[in-house]
Write a protein that binds this ligand. Structure first.
Ligand code: MN3
Length: 206
């Protein structure tokens, strides 16, 4: 795999207002995500083959302890999905089969919501909170520091929320819980989450 590309946002900069402002999205996508892409391309240059898919590169960089490359390609993968995990008028009802799986794994949607928000609040410093599936397609919540993600732990992420300050400081200042509540209640694209859930666990040849 040679080059990484910055994908366009799947909606206008102001499409998630007021839950995530155009100013946040412009900086987060055009500056932060772009920097991961540029740096990732620089760092992979001249290395032996790191894999044929982005997922393979992410896992291989992690396993080989190529920390700089991993930080950037990991964040590239995380953000590519993150933009699609949100949509205008998001949140709300989940498609039936996903909703049933959430209830089955957490007891209720509210219990999931609480666990996900607390997972994000409890991640000290920069990181991510995830809704994951394991080998048996059972759901759970996990949090990871910095650019780390469930892929490198053999788990499949079906939803993730960026809790680095750059994703919420303009709109929420230091109120990370408020941001996480708005994410779950007003931003999540549950149709995309369902799509990933139905695809089942990600298999990586690494
Ligand atoms: Mn970010």
């Amino acid at each position: 795999m040679s080059a990484f590309d910055l994908p366009d946002l799947p909606y206008a900069y102001d499409a998630l207002d007021p839950y995530m402002s155009a100013e946040t999205l412009e900086y987060h996508h055009d500056k932060h995500h772009n920097a991961y892409v540029v740096k990732g391309n620089e760092l992979i240059e001249g290395l032996p083959d790191m894999g044929s898919t982005l997922e393979e590169v992410v896992v291989n960089a992690y396993k080989q302890g190529k920390q700089g490359l991993f930080n950037n390609v990991g964040q590239h993968w995380n953000h590519k999905l993150f933009w699609n995990w949100m949509k205008p008028n998001g949140g709300g009802a989940r498609p039936g089969n996903l909703d049933a799986a959430i209830t089955d794994s957490f007891g209720s949607f509210d219990a999931f919501r609480e666990k996900f928000i607390q997972g994000g609040v409890g991640q000290f410093g920069s990181g991510w909170v995830w809704l994951i599936t394991d080998e048996n397609n059972k759901l759970d919540v996990m949090a990871t520091p910095n650019g780390e993600n469930p892929l490198v732990h053999g788990k499949t992420a079906i939803l993730g929320c960026d809790v680095w300050e750059h994703s919420y400081y303009i709109d929420y200042r230091n109120a990370r819980p408020k941001y996480l509540e708005a994410f779950v209640d007003n931003l999540v694209n549950w149709e995309f989450v369902t799509e990933l859930y139905e695809k089942g666990p990600v298999k990586i040849a690494a």
